[in-house]
Design a protein around this ligand. Sequence first.
Ligand code: PLP
Length: 227
Amino acid sequence: MPSLPEDLLARYHSVLQRLAQAETDAARPPGSARLVAVGKFHGAERMRPLLAAGQRLFGESRVQEAAAKWPALRAEVPDVELHLIGPLQSNKVRQAVSLFDVIETLDRPRLAEALAAEYARGDRRPACLIEVNIGAEPQKAGVLPERADQFIDDCRRRWGLPVRGLMCIPPEDGDPAPLFHRLAELAGRHGLPELSMGMSGDYPAAIAAGATLVRVGTAIFGARITS
Ligand SMILES: *Cc1c(COP(=O)(O)O)cnc(C)c1O
């Protein structure tokens, strides 16, 4: 059952409230952790109540879906900020660069090269976050922790990419807090200001560890129906 817009807004406001509480608990300034509303698998009509309530920052995990959904919404609300939070194939780089303001999933040299080539070609240069496979899980996207220092340096110096921070998706099982702290430590070592970590189940813990972006889907939009 799709939920009513009122439910959607109630959940949205309660997420904002918990986020603000987590900032206070961590003695962090209000607004230092920003909510990325993850609208994947939900249609444009479910984004509109949030846009009307003032939400501007959104995340999508698929380039195709974002292309179908966001150009029309952007025409209505030009100051939307759209983040790519899902894997980016090199052959979708051009489209992603035209659609997204921030690419959170830079995780391999081939993608870095493709992004650098696209940035040199056109006039758009979306900021990048480097995705770190912080739990070193096999089969998971992200640069391995032991390769992260080198990859961060290469992205900045060799490819000249505008790297703003780091992103991670910790393993589903276990306490994510130590891994959040590890990502924060890595970002600190490189002087990177942005830390994208924390989802519906753990965003307060991520804020306690220094998250500046929390990516929340289910807690706002309800369960996704995926194929
Ligand atoms: C779907 C997704 C989220 C949001 O997850 P929820 O548990 O629904 O809040 C966050 N980050 C990434 C990378 C995702 O793919």
